[in-house]
Structures are given as structure tokens and as C-alpha cells.
Design a protein around this ligand. Structure first.
Ligand code: G3I
Length: 305
């Protein structure tokens, strides 16, 4: 293939990007988006603060712009994210107990119902595990509603949109030996054993010098897949430049391609200047929209599959 999407499709996979609604008027941006990618994630527009700014009042304008642009171009959409401790609307941040649990479940139900049939996979719950050595849940207002909040969210999402794949999504879960990776693994194992509806695990894959691509990445992805879920690389970016960065991107692509149930890769933005990182050059296109060495290494790795 001569594009990321076409090359990924040769092995039945997708290649996606995060999209920001306020860039859909930028012709360079949209040109690359339409040419190279066949899966889209809204970078911020489907989060809880964006879709339910006031309790019970839902707002889908910017999310719809992204979903409609993608679907009109024949692309699929990953939904991000139904329940998360961060980017909650102000009204939710100070809630607790049963009121919060019910507000969260209503949010999951309403948003998943609104987009029913249009979403390939939902990040039902995002970033619920703690960093560090505990391997346990992160403290948050949602966690304090009871440890079963995650499975309750998954059951609500399944009821609302039965054909969407339902994912748990997190970061720093790439290294198999890390406690956080093990904690998420045990949760997925438990969900599968008890019939909690979970179909996939998203690995955000935000890498930098302090958090490099681990040498056991393939092991991590394969071990999760062996639990009976798909795995996806959902927010890939790698700090750095030149051949070092290109090699790291190649390693991530190869790790996914080596796992049958790794169904696709999404990068977290198009050009370096579109990245959430305030500085740096973590993406596949430079600020002018030119292909970087990292782009060529990803394309070659996809085509070698
Ligand atoms: O839109 C407002 C703008 O009106 C305002 O003037 C400006 C002033 O701060 O803020 C703008 O909103 C910002 C928004 O991005 C859009 O640019 C928010 O402050 C800022 O917090 C928000 O950052 C996003 C971040 O999630 C928030 O958690 C990033 O764009 C987005 O890339 C990032 O994405 C996350 C994933 O959802 C989850 N995994 C990690 C990943 C990277 O942090």
C-alpha cells in the first residue's frame, strides 16, 4: 500500500488518528486525514465534559462534526470516552455516592444510545488504574462509588449499543512487568471469567525517554489477547526525532502485527503541531504536513506484514 490505511488493511487492520473538530477547516490537515487514515477518534469532543456540559443536557455538535466527516469519507470511529475520572463536567466533579453512580450510568447510556450503530469500539472506561507499584485502582470520585463501577459501565454500554466493541483503555500498561499492566490484566481476566461484557483493551502508547517502548511489548499485547479480547494501540505518539524515533515506531507496529488480535493502531494527532504535547515532535507528519522518517518506517513495517 501507499498510505497508512491501505497498508494496514492488507492485513485486515485499521490505521487511525485523533481528530480535533476545530481543525476540520484546515485543508492540509483534512487532506492528510482523508488520504492516510481509516479510523478516527475525537481528541476531546466525545468526553464527558463535552457531551453533557449540564446534567441531563447533552451536546453533540462538535462530536457530530467529527463522526459525520469520518463516516462520509468511509472511515470508522472509535468512541472516546464514556467514563473517566478526568475531563468530567463541573457538575459531576463534586458528586459522590449513588447520585454520581447513577449520573455516570445515565451518561454512558445516553451517549452510547445516541451513537448506536456508528461506533466501531468505545473506550467505555479510561485510565482507572493507579500508576506506581500498587497494581490497584486509581482513587477518584467514580472509584469511591464502589469497585464495581467499571463493570456497571460496561453493562450499561452493552445494553445501549450491543454491536459496538467495548474497550478498557489506559496508559503505562505497555510493559508487561509493570504493576499497572498486571492490575489491568487481572481485571480483564476477572471480567472474562464472570461474563462482564468486555471485547477489547486499548493501549494508549504515549512514549518518551522516561517511558520508552518496552522490549516486551509484543508479550504484553499477546498475553492480553490470550484472555479472549482484541487489543488496539489507541493513542500512539513517541517523543524524539529522526531514525531513533522511526525505529521505535517500527517496533510498535511490528508488535501489533505479530498479534492476530491486535486489530489496529491509532496515532494521537496528525502533524507534530497538532499534538497535545506542548513541545516536541512526536507524530508522523511535520508541522507543514510533510512525511517524516517515522512515517516511512511505519508504512514499510505495515507493508512487510
Ligand atoms: O478548548 C479550550 C479552549 O477554549 C481554551 O481557551 C483552552 C485554554 O486552556 O483550553 C481548551 O481546552 C483544552 C483542550 O485540550 C482542547 O485543546 C483543555 O484545556 C486541555 O486540557 C485539553 O487537553 C486534552 C487532554 O486530553 C485533556 O485531558 C488534549 O487535547 C488531549 O489530547 C488529551 O488526550 C488524552 C486522552 O483523552 C486520554 N489519554 C491521554 C491523552 C493525552 O493527555
Amino acid at each position: 500500500g501507499t498510505t497508512l490505511a491501505a497498508s494496514a488493511a492488507e492485513s485486515g487492520r485499521y490505521f487511525g488518528t485523533a481528530v480535533a473538530a476545530n481543525k476540520l477547516g484546515d485543508s492540509t490537515y483534512v487532506g492528510i486525514l482523508n488520504r492516510e487514515f481509516d479510523m478516527v477518534t475525537a481528541e476531546n469532543e466525545m468526553k464527558m465534559d463535552a457531551t453533557e456540559p449540564n446534567q441531563g443536557q447533552f451536546s453533540y455538535g462538535n462530536a457530530d462534526r467529527i463522526v459525520n466527516q469520518a463516516r462520509n469519507q468511509g472511515k470508522r470511529v472509535r468512541g472516546h470516552a464514556l467514563a473517566w475520572h478526568s475531563q468530567q463536567p463541573g457538575w459531576m466533579q463534586n458528586m459522590s455516592g449513588t447520585a454520581l453512580r447513577n449520573a455516570m450510568l445515565n451518561h454512558v447510556t445516553q451517549v452510547a444510545t445516541y451513537y448506536r450503530g456508528k461506533i466501531y469500539a468505545w473506550d467505555v472506561v479510561n485510565e482507572a488504574y493507579a500508576d506506581g507499584s500498587s497494581g490497584g485502582r486509581r482513587d477518584s470520585n467514580l472509584q469511591r462509588t464502589g469497585n464495581d463501577w467499571i463493570e456497571a459501565a460496561f453493562r450499561a454500554a452493552r445494553a445501549a449499543d450491543p454491536n459496538a466493541k467495548l474497550c478498557y483503555n489506559d496508559y503505562n500498561t505497555d510493559n508487561w512487568s509493570h504493576a499497572k499492566t498486571q492490575g489491568v490484566y487481572r481485571m480483564v481476566q476477572d471480567f472474562k471469567s464472570r461474563g462482564v461484557p468486555i471485547d477489547c483493551v486499548g493501549f494508549q502508547a504515549h512514549f518518551n525517554s522516561g517511558n520508552p517502548v518496552p522490549s516486551n511489548y509484543h508479550t504484553t499485547l499477546q498475553n492480553f489477547a490470550n484472555l479472549g479480547v482484541d487489543v488496539q494501540i489507541t493513542e500512539l505518539d513517541i517523543e524524539g526525532s529522526g531514525s531513533t524515533q522511526a525505529q521505535q515506531y517500527q517496533g510498535v507496529v511490528q508488535a501489533c502485527l505479530a498479534v492476530t488480535r491486535c486489530t489496529g493502531i491509532t496515532v494521537w494527532g496528525i502533524r507534530d503541531t497538532d499534538s497535545w504535547r506542548a513541545s516536541g515532535t512526536p507524530l508522523l507528519f511535520d508541522g507543514s504536513g510533510n512525511k517524516k522518517a517515522a512515517y516511512n518506517s511505519v508504512l514499510n513495517a505495515l507493508n512487510a506484514a
